[in-house]
Structures are given as structure tokens and as C-alpha cells.
Design a protein around this ligand. Structure first.
Ligand SMILES: Cc1cc2nc3c(=O)[nH]c(=O)nc-3n(C[C@H](O)[C@H](O)[C@H](O)COP(=O)(O)OP(=O)(O)OC[C@H]3O[C@@H](n4cnc5c(N)ncnc54)[C@H](O)[C@@H]3O)c2cc1C
Length: 368
């Protein structure tokens, strides 16, 4: 879906047309933007099987997703597990209805892969927290209503000194600055906290117990990053390859090496989809899926491989950057290719995911 047609919701939500809005509202009214969440928090109350059937039926009808939301994909599931009753009642229904848009305040200039080095601090000021620090790569911070944030509440302990805090983006002392990207558009921001007052009741889970929640949320993020963005255009790539390189006597793409790479990409994508289904079944069965790193790694690789092939088969058209005469469908593909570079970084880099797979999935000794 093109970026400007994505229904992100939120108080500043823009909809490309009235039908998109109507579709979101209709789905939210049934709780079907969050089909498996309990009805008491606005969700659909469906079990995993019924939720899967709902998704199948929506796909069969070619329905677009009604709502894109970090609240649905990341925050909601951890609030259901770790949030207080008051937090669930307050924060979950506006997520389901697409009224509150959330962003993720994890990364800092010196805390990316080594996230537990984060330094944004929250100090107990009696009836509230005072937050100071700086986050980076905060996607859509300038559009968000709220941010879920990792903050340091104990400087003496690394992982054990981190807490999970919910902060209203309208709070005095918060500012954002966009970061411009190579692909032209910029979803990223730096987010600054300058003596920001946060109510005590916005702490999720125990004080200094944020690391466990942060890791759980990353599992959901990795699965969603994987599911959201990979592949899907191999038929188009194949057609372009036939056009650009011609066909041999048996009607196959004439360039044997390219033909083999397209076949490889096809099989890789298929295997990745099956792995994703397995991971989803583990989640549906209530197990924290050990496959989230595998799926994230594989989907990132699949998507990058996919758009490398796309760019190659676009020929000279794939050189477009921006502006006429390149404002074409090819330019859209070039942007997707550039955007795919971030897939092996966002939600944990591929190297970090390989480390996780080595240690926690394969049980190999050593490693970082
Ligand atoms: C599209 C996109 C969206 C994002 N959205 C958000 C967001 O909304 N909120 C947010 O908080 N962050 C966001 N991020 C930031 C992202 O989480 C970090 O960029 C990522 O965790 C890597 O951190 P870093 O950039 O500091 O790189 P570094 O941690 O500095 O890593 C640099 C390189 O070193 C490698 N490396 C580091 N440590 C190891 C190790 N132990 N073993 C092997 N290799 C290692 C890494 O793999 C990488 O190649 C986003 C990033 C992208 C690309």
C-alpha cells in the first residue's frame, strides 16, 4: 500500500478518502481491528481459529487492512500481559478505535543494538516522574499522540535499572525533529525530553522491571515487521525479466543466472511464509515464539533480495530518484528498494537476530 494511503489513525490521522475512514470505523465497531483482544477492552473477543478465519475471509475479498498501528502490533499485547487493569481500560480501547497513535521510544544515539545502555532517565519527583533525555529513529514521533518509552530509573544496574513508561506526546518539554532519509521521505524523528512530567500511574509493570517487557514487545515487533513487509511482486519481476532479457527456445527467461536467482527468491519467500505460519501458530497457542528472530531475519533477507531483483529488471528505469520524468511506477519501486535497506536494521539488526538464533534457538555456546 502506498505510504500516503496507510490508515495510521490517531488524533491527527489523515485518510486518503472517506471510505478508508468508514472501513476503519466499521471494523473497530466490531472490535475486528484487534480481533483477539478481549471485548471488555474493545477487541473482537475471537479465539485464534476464528481470528484466522476472519483474516482469511478479509484477504479473500481483497479487503485492505483497516488500521495500521504500533499500538495494535506492539504496545497492546504487552499491556494485556503486564498492564494494570486501569491501564488496560484507559489505553486499549482508543487503540482499537484508531483514536490514539503510538510511537516507540527505544533507540538512543548510544543505545541501538546494545539497547540496555540507554540513558534517558526518569527520576521520582514525588507524585510524578521527571524525564530527561533523547531518543533517536523514533518512527512517526511527530504524528503520534503517545510514546511507549524505555527509561533508566536506576543508574547502578544495566538491564535491571530500566522501566517501561507511557508518555503523552503533548506533555510540555517534549519536542521532535525529523531525520531525512536517502529514500526521500522521512518517517524518523529525534525525540527530546526536557524535564517532562509523567504521572506515576503511567509506569507499566514493576519499577526497574522494564527490560522483560521491552524484550517481549520486541518479539511482537519482529513478527509484525516481518509480516508487514516482504515480497509479493515476483510475477512482475519475472515478466520484466522476460521483457528485458528475452526468452530462450523453451520459453524461459533467457538469462540463466537471473532465472536461477528468481527461482531461488521464489522458494526463499515460500519457505519464509511457512516459517511465519509456524511462528504464528506458536503465538496462537500461547507460547512466546522462539521463531520471531528467525522470521524477522528471513523476511528482511527475502525483501531485500526481492527489491534487488526488481531494480535489476527495471533496467535504466530503476535509476530514477525523484521528479519528472521519473514520477512513474518505477520510481515507486526504487523507493521500495531504498526502504528495504532498513529491513535488516529496524526491530533489531540481522546480526543481532543471528546472535539470538545462535544462542536461544540453536543453543550454541558463546557469542555476544
Ligand atoms: C526503518 C527503521 C525504523 C525504526 N524505528 C524505530 C522506532 O520507531 N523506535 C526506535 O526506538 N528505534 C527505531 N529504529 C532504530 C533501530 O531499532 C536501530 O537502528 C537498531 O536497533 C540498530 O541500532 P543502531 O542503529 O544504533 O546500530 P548499532 O547498534 O550501532 O549497530 C551498527 C552495526 O553493528 C552491528 N552490531 C552491533 N552490535 C553487534 C553485536 N553484538 N554482534 C554483531 N553485530 C553487531 C549491527 O548489526 C549493525 O550492523 C528504526 C530503525 C529503522 C531502520
Amino acid at each position: 500500500m502506498p505510504e500516503d494511503e496507510i490508515p495510521w489513525g490517531g488524533s491527527r490521522g489523515r485518510f486518503p478518502n472517506p471510505d478508508t475512514r468508514r472501513w476503519m470505523d466499521a471494523m473497530a465497531a466490531r472490535g475486528w481491528t484487534a480481533p483477539t483482544w478481549p471485548r471488555m477492552y474493545g477487541g473482537g473477543g475471537l479465539d485464534a481459529t476464528r481470528a484466522a478465519i476472519l483474516q482469511q475471509e478479509l484477504r479473500r475479498r481483497g479487503a485492505r487492512p483497516a488500521l495500521f498501528s504500533f499500538g495494535l502490533w506492539m504496545l497492546g499485547p504487552v499491556l494485556l500481559e503486564y498492564g494494570s487493569e486501569a491501564q488496560k481500560q484507559r489505553f486499549l480501547p482508543p487503540i482499537v478505535r484508531g483514536e490514539a497513535r503510538w510511537c516507540q521510544g527505544y533507540s538512543e544515539p548510544d543505545a541501538g543494538s546494545d539497547l540496555a545502555s540507554l540513558r534517558t532517565k526518569a527520576v521520582d519527583a514525588g507524585d510524578h516522574w521527571r524525564v530527561d533525555g533523547r531518543k533517536i529513529w523514533t518512527s512517526y514521533a511527530d504524528e503520534a499522540d503517545w510514546i511507549f518509552c524505555l527509561v533508566r530509573t536506576d543508574t547502578g544496574r544495566k538491564h535491571g535499572g530500566i522501566s517501561f513508561l507511557l508518555i503523552d506526546m503533548k506533555s510540555p518539554g517534549i519536542s521532535t525533529r525529523p531525520i531525512r532519509l536517502i529514500s526521500g521521505s522521512s518517517p524518523f524523528c529525534e525525540t527530546f525530553f526536557d524535564d517532562v512530567a509523567v504521572p506515576k500511574e503511567h509506569l507499566v509493570g514493576p519499577l526497574n522491571g522494564g527490560w522483560e517487557i521491552a524484550r517481549k514487545l520486541l518479539q511482537y515487533e519482529r513478527q509484525n515487521v516481518a509480516a508487514a513487509g516482504f515480497g509479493g511482486e515476483l510475477k512482475r519481476i519475472e515478466a520484466r525479466a522476460r521483457q528485458l532479457f528475452g526468452i530462450d527456445a523453451q520459453g524461459r527467461i533467457a538469462d540463466a543466472a537471473l532465472r536461477e536467482r528468481i527461482a531461488h527468491a521464489d522458494m526463499y519467500e515460500y519457505a519464509t511464509r511457512l516459517t511465519m505460519q509456524r511462528a504464528q501458530r506458536e503465538v496462537d497457542a500461547g507460547q512466546a515464539s522462539s521463531a520471531s528472530s528467525v522470521v524477522k531475519y528471513a523476511a528482511a533477507h527475502a525483501n531485500q533480495q526481492h527489491y534487488e531483483l526488481m531494480i535489476e529488471t527495471l533496467g535504466y528505469e530503476g535509476l530514477g530518484w525523484q521528479g519528472a520524468p521519473y514520477e512513474t511506477e518505477s520510481l515507486e519501486q526504487t523507493r521500495k528498494w531504498l526502504r528495504s535497506k532498513g529491513n535488516s536494521i529496524e526491530g533489531g539488526t540481522s546480526e543481532i537476530n543471528l546472535n539470538v538464533i545462535a544462542r536461544r534457538v540453536l543453543g550454541l555456546p558463546g557469542g555476544a
